[in-house]
Write a protein that binds this ligand. Structure first.
Ligand code: HEM
Length: 202
């Protein structure tokens, strides 16, 4: 995966426990590199090892590391200069989710070696979405859960996510049912909401 992902894990670890925690995680993962380069690619195994090592160092499950990472990723990518892409890909959560494949396709113009996931969206009512998550990689469903939570914060909607199909149980993809309550105040774009999240996180 692109180093940007591992840099996001670095950022999450530093936020949780400073550079000392990140050094512990890197050492636990057997990563000797001083730093990851965002636009270089690294074997997926490095990322999985970092997640395992973070789980051991932070004493939370690997699934919880992935979930925290997914949530963090939304804010992190915005900070890394990808904020505009959120705005152009949708002014509401359902619109954005429907455009996820287009978003990764657009990103792959500048990251040609990317092997992105694929999502299929079905609106089941005015407040419920069924989301299929397809990936050539296994084990990342908890990251999607965290991503959906992060997107909920970004779009200021209360989301409740339940996984309805679990690939680890023998299927070929994961599926989520997302219940959301749209906010009623005037929406001035995803960026405005995201800045509000950043401000309340500070
Ligand atoms: C502007 C924001 C984003 C950027 C820059 C970005 C970029 C990336 C990159 C570089 C990868 C690694 C793929 C590879 O290197 O082969 C990735 C993977 C992934 N992305 Fe995004 N992404 C963004 C937003 C999102 C959002 C909002 C979702 C929400 C569902 C998402 C879901 C995923 C998942 C689940 C993976 C793991 C790879 C897999 O499932 O096989 N991404 N993304």
């Amino acid at each position: 995966m692109y180093g940007l992902i591992n840099q996001g894990l670095h950022d999450l670890a530093v936020q949780a426990g400073g550079e000392d925690l990140w050094r512990e995680i890197k050492s636990g993962a057997g990563v000797a590199l001083e730093a990851f380069v965002g636009m270089d690619t690294y074997p997926d195994d490095v990322t999985y090892r970092l997640v395992e090592a973070a789980s051991a160092a932070m004493q939370i499950s690997p699934a919880d590391v992935l979930r925290a990472f997914g949530k963090h990723w939304v804010l992190y990518t915005a900070r890394r200069g990808y904020g505009a892409i959120f705005d152009t890909m949708g002014r509401s959560l359902p619109e954005f989710l429907a455009n996820l494949d287009m978003m990764h396709a657009r990103l792959s113009l500048s990251m040609p070696e990317m092997r992105p996931p694929s999502f299929v969206c079905e609106q089941l009512g005015d407040r419920r979405i069924r989301l299929e998550y397809w990936s050539e990689r296994a084990g990342l469903a908890p990251m999607v859960l965290g991503l959906l939570e992060g997107l909920g914060e970004m779009y200021s909607v209360a989301v409740s996510v339940n996984q309805s199909v679990v690939r680890a149980d023998g299927g070929d993809h994961d599926e989520f049912i997302i219940d959301y309550v749209p906010h009623t105040t005037t929406q001035s774009g995803a960026n405005a909401d995201r800045h509000a999240v950043v401000a309340s996180d500070a």
